[in-house]
Design a protein around this ligand. Structure first.
Ligand SMILES: Cc1ncc(COP(=O)(O)O)c(C=O)c1O
Length: 418
């Protein structure tokens, strides 16, 4: 059960995981004849009814293109889209709305920085620092950029617990490091990186820092000004919002100096065959019709998340994670992969008796949804000399009863394969 007492503060609704579960319609279904237990929020989180309603309402009522027409529907859609940008700004504590660019997701946000800032700024021999625990989305765009510019990708190794240590990071920083691109939280292992001190070190060497916040935004407080990161990328669908929408935060002076990423409508002020003058920030980076409903849905997701006291939500998730660590740790023949202190919301594991894919299939037949595979982090798998893990990951709606259901499903796996 929820181990954290549901205390209400004046501006927040009380946090009560049991009650909150009613807000998520997808939780209330049977799969394979069993009640669904959803432990795959690191892949995508479920959506509360308020987000589903917000998206629905765009198509039912405010279905128009933005920034273009004088008619009322277009004006309403434009206002709601820009209100969503303001909600993102508040959520990240960015200084200005001009620093919030809507993208398709984390992947597109990182590619935008690589192709716009990177291609225009990097020279042969410059270095981009990543860590060994990155998602492919924070590796491949930099490899592509290295091929285009002659820059070099440098990798900070992780420990066998899945940590990134300050001394290893410092060893890999050099005079040629122009950018550090690192996860705020690892998707495969749940490691929370010590980003404040790593950002300070990078800045001392004159390097910029991009944080991949895909796994962090729903589990830790993010304040881009306190962190002083230069870029921050995240996806709406991992923050209880719709798919196909995400955000690139960038410091205004950096975004200002960067060339557009894509050309098209909305990113221009004027076009002739001789010359095009680009639009101001953030529109310079939002070519074409954006995901209007997605942005508005993301705004609704942020409203939902901010309606709770973040401290209580994180304490609840951490309590469920501790419970899961103990419960899974007590299963004979089960090994946790990634045991960094202070990790958040995800448990990767292996079982002696069964391959991760078999684990995933058996627990699915018991109604429990987990993820199996390399989690788009093949270098992490390589570090541990494995091809895949099973991963259970948490959202704000998970309770210790979900972990009990996972444990019984894993006992089934042992019965069948043990
Ligand atoms: C750490 C991390 N970075 C980047 C991504 C890519 O996110 P998206 O596919 O939403 O662009 C993910 C998705 O799982 C992730 O976990």
């Amino acid at each position: 059960m929820n181990e954290v007492s549901p205390i209400a503060s004046s501006k927040h609704v009380a946090f009560d995981a049991e009650r909150l579960r009613r807000d998520f319609p997808a939780l209330h279904q049977d799969v394979h004849g069993k009640p669904l237990v959803y432990l795959d929020s690191a892949a995508t989180s479920l959506k509360p009814q308020s987000v589903i309603d917000a998206v629905d309402e765009v198509y039912a009522k405010d279905c128009a293109n933005i920034h273009r027409a004088v008619h009322l529907l277009s004006q309403r859609a434009t206002v709601r889209y820009e209100e969503a940008r303001e909600k993102v700004r508040t959520f990240l504590n960015a200084a200005r709305n001009t620093e919030v660019v809507f993208t398709r997701g984390t992947t597109e946000a990182i590619n935008l920085v690589a192709q716009s800032w990177g291609r225009s700024s990097l020279r042969e021999g410059d270095e981009i620092l990543v860590t060994e625990l990155e998602h492919h989305s924070n590796i491949v765009p930099w490899q592509m950029l290295c091929q285009q510019t002659g820059a070099k990708l440098v990798v900070v190794p992780m420990t066998d617990r899945g940590e990134i240590l300050r001394e290893h990071f410092e060893q890999k920083l050099s005079e040629r490091t122009r950018l550090v691109a690192m996860a705020h939280v690892s998707n495969a292992l749940g490691t929370l990186l010590p980003v404040p001190e790593l950002i300070a070190l990078a800045h001392e060497r004159g390097a910029l820092v991009l944080l991949d916040g895909a796994q962090a935004v729903s589990h830790v407080d993010v304040d881009v000004r306190a962190l002083d990161c230069d870029f921050y990328a995240f996806s709406g669908h991992k923050l209880y919002g719709p798919t196909g929408i995400g955000v690139l935060y960038g410091k205004e002076r950096l975004l200002d100096g960067m060339p557009p990423y894509q050309g098209g409508g909305d990113m221009i002020r004027s076009v002739t065959f001789e010359e095009t003058i680009y639009n101001e920030l953030p529109y310079k980076f939002e070519a074409g019709t954006p995901n209007i409903a997605g942005a508005i849905g993301l705004g609704a997701a942020i409203d939902y998340v901010l309606s709770f006291d973040a401290g209580l939500v994180h304490a609840h998730e951490n309590a469920v994670l501790r419970y899961a660590n103990e419960a899974l740790g007590a299963i004979a023949g089960l090994r946790l992969v990634g045991t960094a202190p202070g990790k958040v919301a995800a448990l990767s594991f292996l079982m002696d008796s069964a391959h991760p894919h078999d684990i995933g299939t058996i627990v699915d037949s018991e109604g429990v949804a987990i993820r199996t595979g390399h989690h788009c982090a093949q270098p992490v798998m390589e570090h541990f000399g494995i091809a895949a893990t099973a991963r259970a990951s948490l959202g704000m709606y998970n309770t210790t009863e979900d972990i009990d259901a996972l444990v019984s499903a894993l006992q089934k796996v042992q019965e069948l394969f043990g």
